[in-house]
Design a protein around this ligand. Structure first.
Ligand SMILES: Nc1ncnc2c1ncn2[C@@H]1O[C@H](COP(=O)(O)OP(=O)(O)OP(=O)(O)O)[C@@H](O)[C@H]1O
Ligand SMILES: [Mg+2]
Length: 253
């Protein structure tokens, strides 16, 4: 299987604190790979490092076979690697549709001048963008709320809007930081369905960070477990579920 994202011995230090300690992970293309571990284990730091928020202190990160360590976040997003945030970061006073539009960095816009002059290319591009927004809202089940201000959405729908905005950048790989946090059981099932659909229908690669076991166990092809910044286990869900080191790490918290 082709490896899409690879962390090689990645260490991230903040002053005296080692948040991530020599972690290596290979994520295969077209799979859902979960990263789990107790609070403070270093999961978000892994996502921040992969997306260019912090450079690794040592080690390397490869995306599609090329090193992206130290590459700025916008460049990494343009390469096809997009994330969502643990605490949703939406523009609350903007509409649902406009929040999705803002995710479209990668769709090369027409020049400002042709937009101002209302040239046909600009109108054409504008129509394409609107169509794409409609498709994405349909995909995540938010078509009826396109004009609603994001702040008025119920929580589970905010989560789905974040996903639509990430997809607007046309990624080949998504990094999702706790997309199931705060969801009720039925909403968790919907999220599972959505993640599976992204993988099956679009061949999306997903690195999923979550504590919500029904999601992680339900959708993951492979799971990496970290504790205190170190990898303590890796394997398929049925093996991880009964791994003594994993059980001890979770019981210890
Ligand atoms: N920018 C930062 N500066 C200093 N310390 C940080 C920074 N970011 C994270 N840390 C520390 O690194 C460690 C790992 O944090 P991280 O947020 O990656 O954990 P996590 O596994 O995502 O936890 P949670 O499940 O609570 O989201 C923690 O001790 C945290 O306090
Ligand atoms: Mg976190």
């Amino acid at each position: 299987m082709t490896i899409q994202l690879s962390l090689h011995d990645v260490t991230v230090r903040f002053g005296g604190l080692t948040a991530v300690n020599k972690v290596s992970i290979d994520v295969s293309k077209g799979t859902i790979h979960s990263l789990i571990g107790p609070n403070g284990a270093g999961k978000t730091t892994v996502i921040n490092t992969v997306t260019g928020v912090y450079p690794p202190t040592s080690g390397d990160v490869l995306f599609d076979g090329k090193s992206i360590a130290g590459t700025p976040p916008e460049r990494i997003c343009a390469l096809g690697l997009t994330r969502t945030f643990q605490n949703t970061e939406l523009f609350g006073d903007m509409s649902v549709a406009d929040n999705v539009r803002l995710g479209m960095h990668r769709i090369a816009p027409y020049g400002v001048l042709s937009a101002a002059l209302q040239l046909p290319t600009a109108r054409h591009a504008e129509r394409r963008i609107s169509e794409r927004v409609a498709e994405l809202l349909d995909l995540v089940g938010l078509s009826d709320q396109r004009a609603t201000e994001a702040q008025f959405l119920p929580f589970a729908k905010m989560r789905r809007l974040e996903l639509a905005r990430a997809l607007a950048a046309e990624p080949t790989m998504l990094l999702l930081d706790e997309p199931a946090a705060g969801l009720r059981a039925g909403e968790v099932d919907e999220l599972n369905g959505l993640l599976r659909m992204l993988k099956d229908r679009f061949g999306m690669t997903i690195l999923l960070v979550d504590h919500v076991m029904p999601v992680v166990m339900g959708v993951s092809d492979r799971i990496t477990v970290v504790n205190f910044g170190q990898k303590i286990a890796e394997g398929e869900p049925q093996d991880i579920r009964k791994d003594p080191a994993v059980i001890a790490a979770y019981l210890g918290h």
